[in-house]
Design a protein around this ligand. Structure first.
Ligand SMILES: *[C@@H]1O[C@H](CO)[C@@H](O)[C@H](O)[C@H]1NC(C)=O
Ligand SMILES: *[C@@H]1O[C@H](CO)[C@@H](O)[C@H](O)[C@H]1NC(C)=O
Ligand SMILES: *[C@@H]1O[C@H](CO)[C@@H](O)[C@H](O)[C@H]1NC(C)=O
Ligand SMILES: *[C@@H]1O[C@H](CO)[C@@H](O)[C@H](O)[C@H]1NC(C)=O
Length: 224
C-alpha cells in the first residue's frame, strides 16, 4: 500500500462524511452468527457470542492503540464460528458510509484457545486485501465504496478461508482503514473466533506475521 501517496492526496479529498459503521454479524453458507445487536449493550455471558466486543462505532486514530488488534474493549467471546478451510465467511456491515481507503482481512492462530490469548501479542497474517478498484486514489472507486449499499441493506464482505491452512482455532480480524480526512486515518478493526476444520497443513512463514499495534507507523507501513 502506497501510504505516502495516499497521505499526500488526502488534502484533496472532501471530508464531509461523518457517519461510521461496524461489523454486525457473520455468515457461513446459510448460517448466521450474531455479533452484538447493540454494541453498547453488555454482551458478557451470552453463550452464542463469537465476536470480540466493540463498545463504539467510533474509529481508532492512534497507530499505537492497543484496540488496533481487536477494538475496545475486545473482550473474548465464549464461542467459535465453525468453518471449513476453503469455505467463505461473509462479514455483514451495517451503515458503512465511508468511501476511501483499503480493507484487509487477517488470521491469527490462537493455539489451544482464543479466549486466553493476548491479542496484541498474536501473529496475524493477511489473507485478503482490497484498495482501489479503478481510477486514481482521489477520483477513483475504492472497494470500500463499492462494497457498501446506500439503501440501508447490509454490506456483504466475503472472503475465502485458505483451503490448505492447518485446522485449529483462529481469530479473524477485519480491518477498514478510512482516509477521507487529511492526516487523520481512521482504523475500524473487528475480530471473531473461528474453529477452522480441514486436512491442510499450511502455516505462513514468519515474514508474513504482523502485530497490532506495531504494524502501522504514522509515516507509513512498517516492513517488519
Ligand atoms: C445482523 O445484525 C443486525 C445489526 O446488529 C441485526 O439487526 C440483525 O438481526 C442481525 N441478523 C442476524 C440474522 O443475526
Ligand atoms: C507511537 O509510538 C511511536 C514509537 O514508540 C512513537 O514514536 C509515536 O510518537 C507514538 N505515536 C502516538 C500518536 O502516540
Ligand atoms: C467467496 O468469496 C469470494 C471473494 O473472496 C467470491 O469471489 C466468491 O464468489 C465467493 N464464493 C461464494 C460461493 O460465495
Ligand atoms: C472445533 O471443531 C472440532 C471439529 O468439529 C471439534 O472437535 C472441537 O471441539 C471444536 N473446538 C471448539 C473449541 O469449538
Amino acid at each position: 500500500m502506497a501510504s505516502q501517496i495516499i497521505l499526500a492526496a488526502l488534502a484533496l479529498l472532501a471530508s464531509s462524511v461523518a457517519a461510521h459503521g461496524g461489523l454486525a454479524n457473520y455468515t457461513v453458507g446459510d448460517t448466521w452468527y450474531r455479533g452484538p445487536d447493540d454494541p453498547l449493550e453488555d454482551q458478557q455471558g451470552k453463550p452464542w457470542m463469537i465476536q470480540r466486543i466493540w463498545a463504539s462505532i467510533d474509529p481508532i486514530f492512534s497507530v499505537n492503540d492497543t484496540g488496533l488488534a481487536c477494538n475496545t474493549p475486545g473482550t473474548a467471546p465464549p464461542s467459535y464460528i465453525p468453518v471449513a478451510a476453503g469455505d467463505n465467511i461473509t462479514a455483514v456491515y451495517w451503515y458503512w458510509l465511508h468511501p476511501y481507503g483499503p480493507m484487509s482481512v487477517w488470521l491469527a492462530d490462537c493455539g489451544e484457545s482464543c479466549e486466553d490469548v493476548d491479542v496484541n501479542q498474536l501473529d496475524f497474517f493477511k489473507i485478503w486485501e482490497a484498495g482501489l478498484v479503478e481510477g486514481n486514489i482521489v477520483e477513483g472507486i475504492w472497494y470500500q465504496k463499492q462494497f457498501q449499499n446506500w439503501d440501508g441493506s447490509p454490506d456483504l464482505w466475503p472472503v475465502t478461508i485458505p483451503s490448505t491452512i492447518k485446522p485449529g482455532l483462529y481469530i479473524i480480524r477485519h480491518e477498514i482503514l478510512s482516509i477521507h480526512i487529511e492526516d487523520k486515518p481512521q482504523f475500524y478493526p473487528e475480530c471473531a473466533h473461528l474453529n477452522i476444520t480441514g486436512t491442510g497443513t499450511a502455516v505462513p512463514s514468519p515474514e508474513y506475521f504482523a502485530r497490532f499495534p506495531g504494524t502501522y507507523k504514522e509515516d507509513g507501513m512498517s516492513d517488519s
